[in-house]
Design a binder for this molecule. Structure first.
Ligand SMILES: [Zn+2]
Ligand SMILES: [Zn+2]
Length: 352
């Protein structure tokens, strides 16, 4: 029997456990994917901490890139051997008012990869083929993984930000570093806001072409047309509102945020607005990967072996890395008792 290694979380607040178990068989609409890389998203921290409603025990991970090794009887869009990306949106009901009006990101009965169904902190994962994407061949697995959520949610957030030229990004991590490149490629000016005093993060932002970088407690040199907030810090909302011009939008792009403090109505006056981005649609994914395939967006990644998922999560939690954190499984062969893994070395890399 073929086996896989998974990193499973029994309950919120527990440590991820490394488990070797039988590889599952794909259902009618499912793909079995041999995972090449799986990104570590901030949402995974919220799953681990119990900040959002997840189904436990759970294998986290919703930025999966890998190769199809088996398909269910009703799969029509992928074949064994194809390379696929598995995103956060793992399924929708297709029947609710949101699904029927082209807003499947707001589905009343959604499936979320690595949250309500098992995800990609594993050597092999199942995914509903109807929600998977083809990955442009010029991007390798590790570089493609962060695109599956950080890139895609950022893309949707940028669309909601409107057409303004001056874009502020609060929280310069995995999503912002990708989105900054997309926005600069669209001839926009990007203003990066990091934790106050994070000189390294600010110089990282400048190195990617941002027009300005400073602390989130600072005002930018010019008022923004839109501010996108990626850090899970509610106190950034009134700060960002002060930094946008009349008609400006403040877009909250995370799934979880601490409470937003009260602020004077005058800060909202002038047709400023605050909105949130929830999930993604398959249409977002198709558009995004077309744009990425044609552009020069490059992920800065920090690779950890799958079994060091706890260390990878900690590095993200503590803000110790620039760019995106990615897990890479090592090959696993034979039954559990025979398993001795050789893990890839950890380290930073840039490229695609
Ligand atoms: Zn629905
Ligand atoms: Zn995510």
């Amino acid at each position: 029997m073929q086996h896989r290694r998974v990193m499973r979380l029994a309950r919120p607040g527990a440590r991820l456990e490394s488990v070797v178990e039988a590889i599952p068989v794909p259902g009618r609409h499912q793909l079995l994917v041999e995972v090449g890389a799986c990104g570590v998203c901030r949402t995974d921290l919220h799953v681990c901490d119990g900040d959002i409603p997840a189904h436990y025990p759970i294998i986290p991970g919703h930025e999966i890139v890998g190769r199809v090794t088996a398909i269910g009887s009703d799969v029509t869009n992928f074949l064994p051997g194809d390379r696929v990306g598995v995103p956060w949106l793992g399924g929708t009901c297709g029947r609710c008012a949101f699904c029927r009006s082209g807003r499947e990101n707001l589905c009343d009965a959604p499936v979320f990869t690595g949250c309500t169904v098992d995800g990609g902190y594993a050597t092999h994962a199942l995914a509903d083929a109807r929600y998977c994407f083809a990955i442009p061949p010029e991007i390798d697995d590790v570089s493609a993984a962060p695109l599956l959520c950080a890139g895609l949610i950022g893309w949707r957030a940028l669309r909601l930000a409107g057409e303004g030229k001056r874009i502020g990004l609060y929280g310069f991590g995995a999503a912002a570093h990708l989105l900054a490149q997309v926005a600069i490629g669209q001839a926009r000016d990007v203003y990066a806001f990091t934790r106050p005093g994070d000189d390294r993060g600010q110089s990282f932002a400048r190195s990617l072409g941002c027009a300005w970088a400073g602390g989130s407690d600072e005002m930018p040199p010019a008022l923004l047309d839109a501010a996108l907030i990626f850090a899970p810090v509610g106190a950034l909302v009134p700060l960002a509102l002060k930094a946008v011009t009349k008609g400006g939008r403040v877009v909250c792009a995370g799934i979880h945020m601490t409470d937003i403090p009260s602020f004077p109505y005058a800060d909202l006056w002038g047709e400023r607005s605050i909105l949130s981005v929830a999930n993604l649609t398959r249409e977002d994914g198709v558009g995004f990967f077309q744009a990425v395939g044609q552009s020069k967006v490059r992920a800065v990644t920090h690779v950890f072996p799958l079994e060091e998922a706890e260390a990878a999560i900690a590095s993200l939690r503590e803000g110790r890395v620039d760019g995106a954190v990615v897990l890479v499984p090592s090959p696993l062969a034979g039954p559990a008792s025979d398993v001795e893994t050789t893990v890839p070395s950890r380290g930073a890399r840039v490229g695609a």
